[in-house]
Design a protein around this ligand. Structure first.
Ligand code: FES
Ligand SMILES: [Fe+2]
Length: 377
């Protein structure tokens, strides 16, 4: 039986051993991770267009914390803790919706304006010295970055823009129509794997040619040899140009398709947000790995497209992700999660070459490094 480590030597990617197995299932490490990583990092909630008009709201749950993002009558987007200031009832239970004027608590009807101010508290006139002004909803730090709404529980954290210099320009280079994208579909999938297992799988292309048949279809669409994986501090990209001469993708002819980019483009922001485009689709995908426990995650797939008619090939690409590529990777996530518990495994190696080639796993090491530095500052 191998001794399981609870510390890690970051080391050099070409010689280091991988992040030890316990970091993917141990409840104590998970508690540490909640406090030091997730309660101090930026969470991507939605695109600005998900709250299109006054009263449109969306909620985001991060462990036991819940946050409401709402557009006010002044067109400002704000974020509040999703909790009534009377006796602590959770205000909103839906993921998204619209209220006319106020949020009304379902318990004793305290009502809050879209700006968070307490508007009504039945029978409060019988209280001595009760000041409505002191009982508004509590704000949560929020930032719009690249058209997306991000929240953070840490008021001392660097802004997303400061944390990820250059990232927004890179997204806009591939999605020039970023500000006009609209949600096509949001799909939540529960995955019995630690969020890092899912992340690691997505940031290497070593497995593309070696795992399942759907990945082979992906490599048939791209110039796989030209796949690059680059790290830029707290963000990273992995991308490839389209393969020359491709005529069909996702079961449809490419002829007549419209798209903002024909590249397979992916950009990750630490810790758990990824934006991507599939080749030949007019789509921006969001891929967000939300931890729900040491060995469970909510994988949230968002698909955004241009206003108006969605091209057929784009629809086919979304269907392919939901029914083929996503499940093929999730199956690997589940078997990896099981394997990590084995008495016969603690650490492996990163397949990293000096050239940082298309099949090199340097981004996995980079991600582990960022993670470990955040976990044990
Ligand atoms: S807990 Fe909300 S009104 Fe009482
Ligand atoms: Fe994959």
């Amino acid at each position: 039986m191998l001794a399981k480590k609870t510390t890690w030597e970051i080391g050099d990617p070409q010689t280091a051993f991988t992040l030890p197995a316990k970091f993917f299932y141990d409840p104590e490490i998970f508690d540490e991770e909640k406090r030091n990583v997730f309660f101090k990092s930026w969470h991507c909630v939605c695109h600005e267009s998900d709250v299109p008009e006054a009263g449109s709201f969306i909620t985001e749950n991060i462990f036991e914390q819940s946050v409401i993002v709402v557009r006010g009558r002044d067109n400002e987007v704000r974020a509040f803790h999703n909790v009534c200031q009377h006796r602590g009832n959770r205000l909103i239970t839906e993921r998204r919706g619209k209220v006319n004027v106020v949020f009304r608590c379902g318990y004793h009807s305290w009502s809050y304006g879209l700006d968070g101010a307490l508007r009504a508290a039945p029978r409060s006139e019988c209280l001595q010295g009760f000041d409505k002004g002191g009982h508004g909803l509590k704000s949560v730090r929020m930032e719009i970055f690249a058209g997306f709404v991000f929240i953070n529980f840490d008021n001392n954290a660097q802004s997303v823009a400061e944390m990820c210099p250059g990232a927004e320009a890179e997204i806009r280079r591939f999605i020039p129509d970023l500000d006009n994208m609209r949600l096509i579909e949001e799909v939540d999938v529960s995955v019995n794997a630690n969020w890092k297992v899912i992340q690691e799988n997505s940031i290497e292309a070593y497995h593309f040619d070696l795992s399942g048949p759907v990945h082979k279809h992906l490599t048939s669409l791209i110039d796989y040899k030209s796949y690059t994986l680059k790290e830029y501090g707290n963000w990273w990209t992995y991308m490839a140009p389209p393969k020359a001469g491709v005529t069909a993708a996702y079961g449809k002819a490419i002829n007549g398709a419209s798209y903002q980019t024909d590249w397979f483009f992916n950009i990750g922001l630490f810790p758990n947000t990824t934006f991507y485009c599939f080749p030949f689709t007019d789509m921006l995908g969001t891929f967000i790995m939300i931890p729900t426990g040491p060995e469970t995650s909510l994988l949230r797939f968002g698909y955004y497209g241009p206003n108006g008619q969605i091209p057929e090939l784009t629809k086919a690409g979304i269907h392919w992700m939901n029914t083929e590529l996503g499940p093929e990777d999730i199956a690997l996530n589940l078997t990896t999660q099981k394997g990590l518990h084995s008495f016969g495994y603690d650490q492996g190696r990163y397949l990293v070459d000096a050239e940082r080639s298309n099949q090199s796993e340097h981004l996995v090491h980079h991600f582990h490094k960022l993670y470990y530095q955040a976990l044990r500052p």
